[in-house]
Structures are given as C-alpha cells and as structure tokens.
Design a protein around this ligand. Sequence first.
Ligand SMILES: [Zn+2]
Length: 238
Amino acid sequence: MPTVVIHENLIKRICNELKKSYEYGGVIFGVKERDHVKYLMAYFPPQPKAGYTCVFDSKAVLISRRALDEAYEIYEVPLLEMDWIHTHPNIGAFFSKIDRDTLKEIAVYKKNIIGIVVDPFRYEIKAFTILDGQIKEIPVKIEDFTIDEKFYNAIPFVHHNIYINTIRKYGALKEFHITTPYEIRVVKSIPAVRREEGIKDLGELKEYIDIKLNELREEIRKYKEELLQTIIRVNIEL
Ligand SMILES: [Zn+2]
C-alpha cells in the first residue's frame, strides 16, 4: 500500500493560507520514491466559485503539467507526481461521496491517483487512493524531510512558471496560492524566458530599449543645441 509523506512546512503553510470559509481545490506535487510519495508543493488556482466543491480545473492541470515538463527539460529532475488536494474548512478531513466520485473521475487520466484532504482549522490530513477499484484510505506521515539537491533549482522554477502562467490564463486580479515548504525569494528569470514567451518578452524588451534610446537621442540633441547656442553667444561676446 502506498504511503503519503507531506512536508511539515507545506502543511503548516497550507493551513495558514487557506483558513477560509470555503473549500479550495488544487494540485499537490510530490517526488515518488519506491512505494511512497513525498509532497513538497501545492497549487490552488483561482477557484471557480466560492463554496463550491472544486475539482481539478483543466486550465490549472495544463499549467502544472507544462511547468513540470519545462522543469524536466532544464533540470532533468524526475519532477514530479501530480495529485489532487482539497480543503474541508472546519468539517474534518474525510472523503465525501462527491470526493470519491471525483477521485474515480481523475483516476481515468492519472493512474495511482492520490487524493488528499486537509482541514486547515483542525489541522487534520487524510489521503485516499484507489486499490482494486475501491477507494482506500492510506497512511499519511507529516515529516520535515530533506530533498535531493537537484530539486533546489527546479522547485523555484516550477513555482515561477506556474505563477506567470496563472496570471496569463486567469488574469492578474484573481486570488491563487502556490505553496512550498521553502521561502522562495529570488527566481532565476532566464530559464523562464523560453519558447514563444521568450520571443514575446524579447519583443517587449526591444520596444522598451527603442523608447529609451529615442529619449536619450532627444536629450543629446538638446545638449548639442544648448552647447551651440553657448558657443555662438561666446563668439558674439568676444
Ligand atoms: Zn471534500
């Protein structure tokens, strides 16, 4: 039976950030090791409707999948398992009928799917999977585990990539959460500028440089003119 290990800081942060009156649904990312999955990042995209039991949003899944694929291309780390997480605000962690049906629906697209439910108020966490067609609860461990060094760059990359694409796809004003056990302060921007974004961003950069260059040219022209006027005046006075 698979075991679920969730990083202690990840759960603490999820419970802090998502102590809200309505349910949140999202994607949880983990590293697979033999028969257990170690989870170290969660993404709660903008929710379609407050209070509505939220399933995997297909846009959010695409954003997540793409971030993982690009991280794999750059860092060549076997990132990551994607599973389902949702919150139960102050009603306890359990799997409702809808949750069971949802897990079965997702299982069509992802084998060995794991569903995690968190009550951020009671700090309760449970995990479920499908074994022989039956929904089974599986053991959850909360640990302060360490990860291989190779993930140190990949995680901020995935974080940044999801962040940018969430704003692009949902707009800048929507609330969303990308949670990791670690502080993510500085993100390398170079790997994020790739493919069509790269071209778009370079286009914007070129436009910006052109504007700045024209401003500089105008300034130089004014100085030249002033200098010329001064020379003329000096000549006249002499
Ligand atoms: Zn539920």
